[in-house]
Write a protein that binds this ligand. Structure first.
Ligand code: FE
Length: 209
């Protein structure tokens, strides 16, 4: 039975993130790039056992398997982009709250130092990829992954992500990735989404403890 993956609805209007991320960027990034990952994945898994699996299951099953690289890349990019849209929102930015802020202060002293490290990691990542805030052994950490790679195949729980592929910012910022990253951090990041991911990760740990 065919169960094609579908492009998840964008959680806001295409003009909601302007001027940092313009409606034109979203037309291409969401409407063309994200859609293309979904379309290619559906074509690749058709009539295979992967068709019955979730995106996460496909990603875990195909990671580090060169012969499955196309399926991995398209499944992981479909997952990453769905997570990325939810990591952003109009009137975002500022400091997170709750337990997330407590953990950040515990490791960095204050939010400003954490923000500086995340901005540096995202700006300096070489080539295409993703900057992440993750939960790693009970601590908040910043990391980047190359191309389509995801943190959860390496034992880290993703809380928030920033797409640093050129297609994420080139129409609005051309080569100025670091200006784009700072604007995303100050105006668009949805810390509420990260706080919710942290809470579900902690309740998962509590349930399996
Ligand atoms: Fe992207």
């Amino acid at each position: 039975m065919s169960k094609p993956f579908a492009l998840p609805p964008l959680p806001y209007d295409k003009s909601a993130l302007a001027p940092v991320i313009s409606a034109q960027t979203l037309e291409f990034h969401y409407g063309k790039h994200h859609q293309a990952y979904i379309d290619k994945l559906n074509a690749l898994v058709r009539d295979t056992p992967f068709e019955a699996q979730s995106l996460e299951e496909i990603i875990v099953a195909t990671t580090d398997k060169p012969e499955r690289a196309s399926i991995f890349n398209n499944a992981a990019q479909a997952w990453n982009h769905a997570f990325y849209w939810r990591s952003l929102g109009a009137r975002g930015g500022g400091e997170p709250g709750g337990r997330l802020l407590e953990l950040i202060r515990g490791s960095w002293g204050d939010y400003a130092s954490f923000r500086a490290q995340l901005a540096k990691a995202a700006s300096e990542h070489f080539g295409s990829g993703w900057a992440w805030v993750v939960l790693d052994s009970g601590r908040i950490s910043c990391m980047t992954t190359a191309n389509a790679e995801v943190p959860f195949t390496r034992g880290r729980t993703p809380l928030l992500t920033i797409d640093v592929w050129e297609h994420a910012y080139y129409l609005d910022y051309q080569n100025r990735r670091s200006d784009h990253v700072v604007a995303v951090l100050d105006k668009l990041v949805n810390w509420r989404f990260a706080e919710e991911n942290l809470e579900s990760a902690r309740s998962d740990v509590a349930m399996t403890a």
